[in-house]
Design a protein around this ligand. Sequence first.
Ligand code: XUL
Ligand code: CO
Length: 438
Amino acid sequence: MAYFNVGKIEYEGPQSKNPLAFKYYNPDEKVMGKTMKEHLRFAMSYWHTFTYGGNDPFGGATINREWDKTSDPMEKAKNRVRAAFEFMEKCQIPFFCFHDQDISPRGANLEETNKRLDEIVAVIKEEMARTGIKCLWGTTNAFGDDKFVHGASTSCNATVFAYTAAQIKKAMEITKELGGVNYVFWGGREGYETLLNTDTALELDNLARLLHMAVDYAKEIGFTGQLLIEPKPKEPTKHQYDFDAATVIGFLRKYDLIDHFKLNIEANHATLAQHTFQHELNISRINGVFCSVDANTGDPMLGWDTDQFPTNVYDTTLAMYEILLAGGFTTGGLNFDSKVRRGSFEDVDLFYAYIAGMDAFAKGLKVAAKLLEDGVFEKFKEERYASWRTGIGKDIIDGKVGFKELEEYAMKYGTTPNSSGRQELLESILNQYILETK
Ligand code: XUL
Ligand code: CO
């Protein structure tokens, strides 16, 4: 049975007026020696696409999906699997990402919850075999349930830490079973509201203890996927421990975890931390921990995580530029951690949303590749930093001089004149590339 009254989405090119066609995403087209499909590694977020009902703090569900129209929770979960794979097949999305709780309803206790997961995982495996669609990453939802009110691994309640570990253990097992190539840790409730009741030192130590246990368990069961941390500065807690890429990198180094984890950078989390998406990708790249992306966008006028589909080509270009500089994706990919607005409640809106996001990144990829091929910014930067390749600059880098020698140098030679940073010129060239790249 088909859930969607829509056929397969095909590439028709920028001239097409068909709303149900790709204008820029041409999966087999080669860019810098790889196909767009290989470069972009698009993934569907199971939660936003298949469990979100349009609820917001002021109103209930506005979205009533065909596959949800049953009161039996397990039947609903199975319907969702079929619908999800039909959707991914039709949109040519090669990967999916999931939380344990998205795919299968919680049972009365952990044992029943795990049994239910096994039952649904079997259905997902059938659909994966039928379609060839793969799992990019799995994760656990250790934030929604009441027990996580004071955190999960950073809870003041040690029994909640134990429960969290048990839930992650199972989620890692099923991610392995589904052939997931990464496993994500986003610390939903790992943060605090007030220091008046919080022991941050113990909580951070405990977060590290949990992550070490995860590393050990992955090894024990032979899960070879990459472990990832997804930074976010706030929401739901006022202060999330994994604030941004730099904070997470410092944490991983302090606790001797840096060799085991890489980062999953989410666009809207970057902007909530008052960074650009490009900045977070850059900091991950230069520290050797870039891996994957949660693609979405926020709204510059709203200070919370709106998880909108990314359509701004300027942003996708700059993001793809950093990703290409990082050498492209290895195990990671572009997961649309994005949801349609609650007013876009028809099934066809899901197609429009994914087409918009996939086209925006495809166009961004092409522009970024052209910018790199032409060496536009890289040549400029090379010139800008030329003083570090010879003379005193080289001596500083080579560790040949200290304060005394530098004082001597400064007294003798003073400084050479600075040259313009040319920001406006570079921004204008960037616009030209965005507008002219075919
Ligand atoms: C929350 C968020 C999560 C993670 C996975 O802001 O981004 O969906 O991606 O738990
Ligand atoms: Co995310």
